[in-house]
Design a binder for this molecule. Structure first.
Ligand SMILES: Cc1ncc(COP(=O)(O)O)c(C=O)c1O
Length: 368
């Protein structure tokens, strides 16, 4: 039987060579290779400053702290997301206000953000889920109207665009994940991007034990409380080499996604989620909606195809429901629909046309 995984990391000879180089150099902590990796993110996204972190989760926490979110503040987040989006709000002592997502796109409902904004709202934390960019025009209007910060959970969306600008250069701060489900992966890791030099310096200091920063460089003094969220050069080496291949990786993903759409769009049992108008999806995951999702997923797995649920509805989980530090707003119909119906299909750089046809044929049979 065929075995088709959900994802496959891009680990080639040049990735292994670069890791070997770092190991031979003896410089194993965060250093010149991580710097180069950050520069590559700046070049690619067009943002002024990129800072490597140990994960997207730690990056989001640092980003919230950088804009001053803390005790007594509220942060608006979408219900349909990976739980890390909600956890980080509690970690900095603030209250998560959880609103619904669009049933069509699974992205945060912009009208509901406006309804949920109150005098304690300090930031909104929308998610460009699965590589689908947000409507940053709408988010900027909300930011300007209410004076809140837009911190983007861009865990899944390296390579996505809105009106010709890359994600990472569209929100006040964007935070990417480098977990192996993402196509640029360092095993564990994250990257924060911003055009605000003050926040970037603050984050640089915080992730380096609170060291002083002068001219965007660390000084040998300790100026504020801080922690250690540095990314080792060993891990950065993997991401740096992958970044050199990003255009090729991305065009392969988009081609495969387009083929999935062509194969499946006329199947009345399948609904393809909407991409944000004027946006370019980077397809970290290729997702669709089907009835009886769990059963279909089991049948696909029995045929060697590793299908997966999309992500989670926070309000259904103990960490968020009945939590006095979380406020759940609305009926969550969009989020519940996604939680019950969304399914991700295998998508990776060298998924062959034969294997993709096998996925689609097997799925079509399961749906009969
Ligand atoms: C939307 C979203 N936010 C945050 C995270 C957490 O990322 P990390 O594992 O890098 O902390 C993930 C991980 O999959 C995610 O999908």
């Amino acid at each position: 039987m065929k075995r088709i995984p959900l994802i496959k990391p891009f680990i080639t000879g040049d990735v292994k060579d670069k890791v070997g180089e770092v190991l031979d150099s003896g410089y194993l902590t965060e250093g010149p290779v991580t710097r180069e990796f950050e520069k590559e993110f700046e070049r690619y996204t067009g943002c002024c400053r990129a800072l490597a972190m140990t994960s997207c989760t730690t990056g989001l926490e640092v980003a919230l702290r950088a804009v001053g979110v803390g005790q007594g503040d509220e942060v608006i987040i979408p219900d349909y997301t990976y739980p890390a989006t909600g956890h980080v709000v509690g970690l900095v002592g603030a209250r998560a206000v959880i609103v619904d997502v669009s049933r069509e796109s699974m992205l945060i409902e912009y009208d509901q953000i406006e309804e949920a904004i109150g005098r304690r709202t300090k930031a909104i934390l929308p998610v460009s889920l699965f590589g689908n960019p947000l409507d940053y025009q709408r988010l900027s209007e909300i930011r300007d109207k209410y004076g809140v910060h837009v911190i983007e959970d861009a865990a899944c969306s390296i390579g996505a665009e809105f009106r010709g600008t890359k994600v990472g250069n569209l929100a006040d701060i964007s935070v990417f994940s480098l977990h192996p489900r993402k196509f640029i992966t360092t095993g564990e890791g994250g990257m924060v991007t911003t055009n605000n030099a003050g926040w970037a310096d603050w984050m640089l200091s915080y992730k380096h034990f609170g060291m002083g920063v002068h001219d965007s460089r660390l000084t040998a003094s300790f100026e504020q409380p801080g922690t250690n969220y540095k990314l080792s050069d060993i891990l950065a080496a993997v991401g740096l080499v992958q970044m050199k291949h990003i255009d090729d990786l991305l065009s392969k993903r988009c081609l495969l996604a387009r083929r999935y759409v062509e194969y499946l769009q006329d199947n009345p049992q399948v609904i393809i989620p909407e991409t944000t108008p004027q946006g370019v999806h980077s397809y970290q995951s290729f997702c669709l909606f089907v009835e009886n999702r769990n059963q279909i997923m089991q049948e696909l797995r029995a045929q060697g195809i590793e299908a997966q649920i999309g992500t989670y509805s926070l309000h259904m989980h103990k960490a968020f429901k009945n939590n006095p530090n979380c406020k759940i707003v609305g009926d969550m119909v969009g989020s519940r629909y996604a939680y019950d119906h969304c399914m991700a299909l295998p998508l990776y750089h060298d998924l062959t046309a034969d294997d993709q046809e096998y996925v689609v044929d097997t799925l079509s049979r399961c749906l009969l």
